[in-house]
Design a protein. Sequence first.
Length: 110
Amino acid sequence: MIVITGSVVAAPETFNELFELSLEHVARSRREPGCRLHSVHVDAENGLRLVFLEHWDDHAAVLAHFAQPDARAFVARARELAAELPEIRLFKGVELPLSDFAQTQVDRPE
């Protein structure tokens, strides 16, 4: 699985347009083959920062996504509306069972 995180900070006057474009991009991306998750969130500490979280089946799905004309247009417009240079990071990962990390015994008061 490929995990992508990204963020973009809007200027106050560009936030609404950037947010609407982001919602459209997310909805479109979710319909692409290999997309397991694609979401955008408003940062609770900086209301002008949009944070993206994506899960893709594999490298090929990500390459196909990045090659989509609509995705390329979104990135170009987001850069125009951004107050700071957008950030993106890609990770290759394997999902681990929660039981590997969860507490196996709950302490109870006696």
